[in-house]
Design a protein around this ligand. Structure first.
Ligand SMILES: [Mg+2]
Length: 232
């Protein structure tokens, strides 16, 4: 899968369930971080003209604004180092650890030895990696699956059931008994191949007042309002 890459942090234990957790709006309050970023982006030495000029092209595949892509475009035109700029933004200017939801941090810290916790994220990889690093959760997760295409497409292509076991193509040599997906956005579930509804354990996180909370949870998907509701 060319559109998917994996960063390993620690070894996967195929005896334990695999838990794929979305990052933005699921683990971190992305809107809060974005406000800080807009407020302070000029502290990185970018001009207001450059910020405005690149803004329109800083979009995800679905057309929504992407902080990560914006930073990358700014670094491209000013020849600044993206790694350094990302670290400075997310460590000093808008510290990601302060935007991690309390229930998400608690879940990730408490469950790290009972599950293979992975972050599953669609974003510009370099800046996303810097953000995840700055979230101070790296010691509790086993890896990050980065995708450039919709997550449902990755799962539709990459998940296979063989007898009682589930294979995820990112780890072609491993077989799991259980794979769980936790995501805040309904679109990640809407285009899933219907046969995956009985293979995967799917949870839509609908935090009250959060960005996508007005969107309905698709039929057949379990809805939770916080990680505290998760009954795995
Ligand atoms: Mg999300």
């Amino acid at each position: 899968m060319n559109d998917v890459s994996y960063k390993s942090i620690s070894e996967i234990n195929s005896e334990l369930p695999l838990v794929l957790i979305d990052f933005d709006h699921t683990i971190v309050d992305t809107d809060k971080m974005r406000l800080w970023m807009f407020d302070r982006i000029d502290k990185l030495g970018f001009t207001k003209e450059d910020i405005a000029k690149t803004y329109e092209n800083a979009k995800n595949v679905d057309g929504s604004y992407s902080l990560e892509i914006h930073l990358k475009l700014l670094c491209d035109i000013t020849h600044k180092n993206l790694d350094e700029a990302s670290k400075k933004v997310f460590m000093e200017l808008c510290p990601v650890q302060d935007t991690v939801y309390t229930d998400a941090r608690k879940f990730i810290m408490n469950k790290s030895s009972d599950y293979n916790l992975l972050i599953f994220t669609l974003a510009e990889q370099k800046t996303q990696e810097a953000r995840i690093d700055c979230s101070r959760l790296m010691n509790f997760i086993r890896g990050i699956v980065f995708t450039q295409i919709k997550k449902s497409q990755v799962l539709n292509k990459g998940i296979h059931k063989i007898n009682d076991n589930i294979i995820f193509d990112v780890f072609p040599n491993l077989e799991f008994k259980k794979i769980i997906l936790i995501d805040d956005h309904p679109r990640e579930f809407e285009d899933l191949d219907p046969k995956l509804l009985s293979i995967l354990d799917l949870f839509r996180l609908r935090r009250e007042g959060d960005k996508y909370s007005t969107l309905e949870t698709p039929q057949g998907i379990k809805e939770i309002t916080s990680f505290n509701d998760l009954n795995l």
